[in-house]
Design a protein around this ligand. Structure first.
Ligand code: CA
Length: 368
């Protein structure tokens, strides 16, 4: 090759390289755009796994995006009231929020199915419904008219039945029972003749201790131990039929989410899914340790609800869910999809997780 030809070719290559750089440069610049977001939550400050999980989500999004998305998190009441989260994210006052869909039953009845259903799916089941059974697509449909994009962001696992000042032998014992139990579970208790009392978290212990209420549910051993309920009520009942796998949500303002480059949307989704898994693991590990402490250190009476009582509650829960589904066509659609999926995985669950737990139950000295 002659020197002049070489220079000519080299020049063309350099020009081509320069052209390529010029073509990709704006894209690189666009990807480096940063987003300063706000997140509001329904949780009290420092509430383990729930509020701390929302903060962990924000921190990991910032790390995973190299600082391209920064999310400042506000606990319930710090920026908007706890139950103002849905509206604040929906109207774009903030870009995202963390809470639980069953708080929004008043906005759209169908929302309730995306948190938990009495005698419904457990954590494994509801995750399967969301990620592999069309549940998340339905959830997106339900939230779209509100300009919201939902993602599962945590799960408490099966909760505990609650703390009772008296023994519960049959469904008749619910007559006149004053219990703090929100949501769909509360509707079932009301059907059973109980009086549902709604109290802010900070007032539950004193009300139970003084007998203003006869019973309360909260979450599971880890959170219940922290509330000190074992000092106020004698009986700790299981299982938490009313919240068998409570899903926590992160919601994004749809306009803000849609405006993000694809890779950032994917990062938000991935961190939400990872937080979902982390949260369930925290509950599983933390509840195990706390239950042991409640039994061995605080001599708590751990009692299983009698089978006939559970069967009666289950009948009332079924009626309740049908009534909720009748509230609007979307709720009916979601209810039918949920029921169908639960029937599908139910038989498999009986032959797998349930059968296995029954086999090993005696090792844990707990009546299953
Ligand atoms: Ca609860």
């Amino acid at each position: 090759m002659k020197r002049r030809d070489f220079l000519k070719k080299a020049g063309t290559a350099a020009a081509a390289a320069a052209a390529t750089t010029a073509a990709v440069a704006p894209k690189v610049w666009a990807q480096e755009k940063t987003y300063d977001w706000k997140m509001v939550t329904t949780w009290p400050p420092n509430l383990p796994v729930l509020q701390t999980g929302a903060e962990r989500f924000a921190k990991r999004v910032e790390e995973a995006t190299g600082g391209r998305i920064k999310i400042k998190v506000f606990a319930g009441g710090e920026l908007v009231p706890p139950l103002g989260v849905f509206d604040a994210v929906s109207d774009g006052s903030v870009e995202c929020g963390s809470g639980a869909a069953y708080y929004w039953g008043g906005k759209t009845p169908a929302a309730q199915w995306f948190t938990t259903v009495p005698f419904g799916l457990n954590a494994q089941g509801i995750n399967a419904w969301f990620y592999s059974g069309g549940g998340l697509k339905l959830w997106e449909e339900v939230y779209a008219p509100f300009n919201l994009v939902p993602r599962p962001q945590g799960n408490t696992g099966v909760q505990m039945g609650g703390w009772f000042r008296k023994e519960m032998n049959s469904i008749a014992d619910y007559k006149g029972l004053k219990m703090r139990i929100p949501g769909l579970g509360g509707k079932v208790i009301a059907k059973a003749g109980g009086t549902v009392v709604l109290l802010p978290g900070g007032e539950i212990f004193t009300s139970l201790e003084r007998g203003v209420i006869d019973a309360t549910e909260w979450v599971g051993p880890m959170h219940d131990l922290r509330m000190g309920f074992y000092k106020a009520a004698k009986y700790y009942y299981y299982p938490g039929w009313h919240e068998p796998g409570t899903c926590l949500e992160v919601i994004f303002n749809k306009k803000a989410y849609d405006a993000l480059p694809k890779d950032l949307q994917m990062t938000l989704d991935a961190v939400a899914a990872e937080t979902n898994m982390w949260s369930l693991s925290e509950f599983e590990a933390g509840n195990g340790a706390a239950l042991q402490e409640l039994i061995s250190k605080h001599n708590v009476n751990l009692v299983r609800f009698p089978e006939p009582l559970l069967n009666d509650l289950r009948k009332l829960a079924k009626e309740t869910m049908e009534e909720e589904a009748d509230k609007d066509p979307t709720a009916r659609k979601v209810h039918e999809a949920f029921k169908k999926f639960q029937e599908q995985v139910g038989t498999w669950g009986s032959a797998s997780e349930n059968a296995y737990y029954n086999v090993i139950a005696d090792k844990f000295k707990l009546k299953m």
